[in-house]
Design a protein around this ligand. Structure first.
Ligand code: PLP
Length: 458
């Protein structure tokens, strides 16, 4: 059959609340036109993030009841450890409460002033933890990944030639590790090929530098490899995952993505001395090494989720539903970052609203319109998030003005996605009526979370 269906039936439902456009206008005004400041109960379809927003399965909920809450040596830890070790092949499996905790521990140990950490693209918490340690994070994305309109299979790849130049310029002794983010979230959820991971590892080996994976969306990445990379079509996703990890010396993971849970993460390492240091830090800030900031029930749910995410019916449905959203928008002429990523569609706000200059935040205008028009919550990934100021307080804009529609795992059905398509297309039809915003209040760091906006045209 050609129709790809949701590979589950629904046992427990959470009602969503319908609001009128007038009510949403009021919600927007009260939230200063920042969707982070809006109560979730006022949102109809929440596409703010795919992180920690998944629906757990009946087996995961059953695992919650099986959770062993012993302080040390809990049964649930050993199940979690076995599941992660099976996939990563790594000796040391260290649980943490979420991805950034693994990053903080890792870069507290290997970062520091004068150190440089290259990546295909660092996620913002990874970069923040690298910089907090005094080190520098560098993005070395393949040139294909820089062009939002280019359709290519692996736009998340590392620029391997640039990596080698970077190592020669900065000195191998100053580079504690090289990181590859799979899939590349900051680069539009684009995958990284096995060949690229292999080539990156070969460069690392030439200079004696360890390779780490930021593995949040490892299963989605493996699915893209299976579908797009020659030689992998017949290989089970589990084997592809194992091969990806086989090239890495370590990995950080936010289980809130491809472990399909609401909280959790891990740091996986091969090196004994590094693992010893990590466990020492873990005990100070996260917890004892057999729970690391999580309850036993969380560890059970992660172990189960890591099994379920490798179900190829699930992955087919997951990637196809995002692709379907992208295809339908493109067919209506809506500009998106191409091709659709694994977990999200990114609307190209600069092309969507060419009449709104970047210093009037076209992405924010679109985010507000999608909420006002249809109760959809999305997130601006442009000059609100990444813009800075020059000495005269003129905006230095971001490279792109995007609006991300991130799809939570197993939460929405095709009719929800059809509704989203309708709202975006309606917004596009009325695009000339949209106008810009100004920031009336902002924090010095990570301003997008708390900034207050006002419309330039009331
Ligand atoms: C690629 C990537 N790395 C790291 C993180 C951080 O994970 P967490 O939010 O669990 O701290 C995220 C979260 O969105 C991510 O997408």
């Amino acid at each position: 059959m050609k129709t790809i269906i949701e590979p589950f039936k629904i046992k427990s439902v959470e009602p969503i609340r319908f609001t009128t456009e007038a009510e949403r206008e009021e919600v927007l005004r009260e939230g200063f036109y920042n969707l982070f400041l809006v109560r979730a109960e006022n949102v109809l379809i929440d596409l703010l993030t795919d992180s920690g927003t998944a629906a757990m399965s009946a087996d995961q909920w059953a695992g919650m009841m099986r959770g062993d809450e012993s302080y040390a040596g809990a049964r649930s830890f050993y199940r979690f450890e076995a599941a992660v070790r099976d996939l990563t092949g790594m000796k040391h499996i260290i649980p943490v409460h979420q991805g950034r905790a693994a990053e903080r521990i890792l870069f507290s140990l290997v970062g520091g002033k004068g150190k440089v950490v290259p990546s295909n693209s660092h996620f913002d918490t990874t970069r923040a933890n690298i910089e907090f340690s005094g080190a520098e994070g560098i993005d070395l994305l393949t040139p294909e990944g820089e062009d939002p309109d280019l359709i290519a299979d692996f736009k998340g790849n590392m620029n391997v030639a640039a990596l080698e130049e970077c190592i020669q310029a900065r000195g191998a002794k100053n580079i504690p590790l090289v990181m590859i983010t799979i899939t590349n979230n900051s680069g539009g959820g684009q995958p990284v090929s096995m060949e690229n991971i292999r080539k990156t590892r070969a460069v690392c080996d030439r200079y004696g530098i360890p390779l780490f994976l930021d593995a949040c969306r490892f299963a989605e990445n493996a699915w893209f490899i299976k579908k797009r990379e020659p030689g992998y079509a017949a290989k089970p996703v589990r084997e592809i995952v194992k091969e990806m990890f086989s090239y890495a010396h370590g990995a950080t993971m936010s289980a809130k993505k491809d472990a399909i849970v609401n909280m959790g993460g891990f740091l996986a390492l091969r090196d004994d001395a590094l693992a010893q240091g990590a466990r020492n830090l873990l005990i100070i800030t996260e917890g004892f090494p057999t729970y690391g900031g999580l309850a036993g029930r969380d560890l059970e749910a992660i172990a189960q989720g890591l099994e379920e995410v490798l179900d190829e019916h699930y992955l087919q449905y997951r990637v196809r539903s995002v692709e379907y959203l992208g295809e339908r928008l493109v067919a209506a002429g809506v500009p998106i970052l191409q091709p659709p990523g694994g977990h999200a569609i990114y609307l190209n706000a600069k092309k969507f609203l060419p009449h709104i200059p970047v210093n009037q935040y076209p992405g924010q205008s679109l985010v507000v319109d999608l909420f006002r028009r249809g109760g959809i919550r999305s997130v601006e990934i442009g000059s609100v998030m990444f813009g800075t100021y020059d000495a005269a307080r003129r905006l230095i804009p971001a490279r792109m003005e995007l609006v991300r529609l991130a799809i939570p795992r197993r939460v929405y059905t095709q009719s929800h996605i059809d509704y989203v398509i309708e709202v975006v297309i309606e917004s596009y039809r009325h695009r000339n009526e949209l106008s810009g915003y100004r920031i009336v209040e902002e924090a010095p760091l990570l301003r997008h979370f708390t900034a207050k906006f006002a419309p330039l045209v009331e």
